[in-house]
Ligand binder design. Structure first.
Ligand code: GLA
Length: 378
């Protein structure tokens, strides 16, 4: 059964009635453009075929149940609990605030079913937020457009859950076009679909992402410090990616070495994402693969968000025939490696990776590109 059917069936079992509707949203894989979204840079994510579905109906108070069996109940409106249901509750609160007070519901029941792996760097949280926002917007007839939904999903994560992420994951999960990657300019939120005529394979490192939130927040603080220093030489600088590449050496010279490395990564990675989109459009897959490799090397050496295990998987993948490039994907500090293979070679590459030392079969999966959030059933 697909997640939408499972969410509906879970809803019936948990709440004893039919859901009013079901919506779903995908996880995402970012082809290139890592740790630049919160610096106004370009990113190139695609929706993955795996989705999270959310079945909803009016209810007394707040209740959310997931396939993993956890039932969370709370007041109306729900408060932050520190548990998985916060991703739902954050969206509930933000959208309930948009209802006219006369029309405020007394609550909502939510059942969640998902095929998006958790902790693998594929944005299971953005999928849950996007599916919840899409479902509640339809349930409450809020007529929000996709960009409003993105803003709500993003604020649920940053303001309610407390993870200071950029907008890439929520944009990708809500807006990614069927079968294509999406080049997003995170300064303007302009987007351009980019057909990705490559095969994609993911290798899950299996590393816990317990460190991820703290390390990510540290990078955000470093970014703020670097921006404050950069602005002494570039007073009008709005985003870090606005540092001109030809003045990069000069710009980072006065910075502490750690901050200089971070800035070098961000400015170059933004350029790589733009070049990678053009390379895909021009079917220059060799250049695309080189850019993917350069992205990983920069994340490892300059942004310092890789791990020895991720580096080991990347090195093993780069030696497999048919591989164009390999890099860590998402925030890093664990999660998955994205392996880009020549068109038609993905299955062979996946099979070879399953035999590579230190990689176990369930960790390797072919990626099918999916599409953004939608209402499944009304
Ligand atoms: C996480 C965040 C995104 C982005 C990536 C790194 O996935 O949620 O906003 O910053 O890390 O590119």
């Amino acid at each position: 059964m697909n997640p939408a059917a499972r969410a509906a069936s879970l809803f019936r079992g948990a709440f004893g009635g039919e859901p009013r509707l079901v919506a779903s949203a995908p996880g995402r894989v970012n082809l290139i453009g890592e740790h630049v979204d919160y610096h106004g840079g370009h990113v190139l994510p695609a929706a993955i075929a795996e989705r999270t579905a959310v079945a909803v109906a009016a209810h007394r108070g707040f209740a959310a149940v997931s396939e993993q069996g956890a039932m969370e109940r709370g007041a109306w409106l729900p408060e932050r609990s520190g548990r998985w249901s916060d991703y739902v509750a954050g969206v509930v609160r933000l959208l309930a605030a948009r209802l006219p007070s006369s029309a405020r519901e007394e609550g909502v029941a939510v059942a969640v079913a998902s095929d998006v792996p958790v902790g693998s760097g594929l944005s299971s949280s953005a999928a849950l937020e996007g599916a919840t926002a899409t479902a509640l917007s339809a349930l409450w007839a809020l007529r929000l457009d996709q960009r409003d939904l993105v803003a709500v999903a993003h604020r649920a994560e940053t303001d309610f859950v407390g993870m200071p992420c950029g907008m890439m994951d929520q944009m990708a999960s809500a807006l990614a076009p069927e079968g294509s990657a999406l080049l997003i300019d995170c300064a303007t939120l302009e987007t351009r679909p980019v057909p990705a005529a490559v095969d994609l394979v993911l290798v899950d490192s299996g590393e816990s992402h317990a460190l991820r939130a703290g390390a990510y927040a540290e990078r955000r603080r470093e970014g703020d410090e670097a921006m404050a220093l950069l602005r002494t030489a570039f007073p009008g600088l709005r985003h870090m990616v606005g540092v001109p590449v030809e003045r990069l050496d000069e710009a980072v010279a006065p910075l502490p070495a750690v901050l200089a490395r971070r800035v070098r990564h961000v400015v170059a990675e933004d350029r790589r994402a733009v070049l990678a989109a053009s390379a895909l459009e021009g079917r220059d897959l060799v250049t695309f693969g080189r850019l993917v490799n350069a992205s990983h090397d920069s994340l490892r050496d300059l942004y310092e968000c890789s791990t020895p295990r991720l580096d080991g998987i990347v090195a093993a993948a780069r030696g497999v025939p048919g591989v164009l490039g390999a890099r860590l994907v998402g925030a890093g500090w664990g999660g998955s490696v994205l392996v880009v293979a020549a068109p038609g070679r993905g299955a062979d590459v996946a099979a070879a990776l399953q035999r590579a030392p230190g990689i176990t079969a369930p960790a390797v999966r072919m990626v099918r590109v999916g599409s953004g959030a939608r209402v499944e059933r009304t």
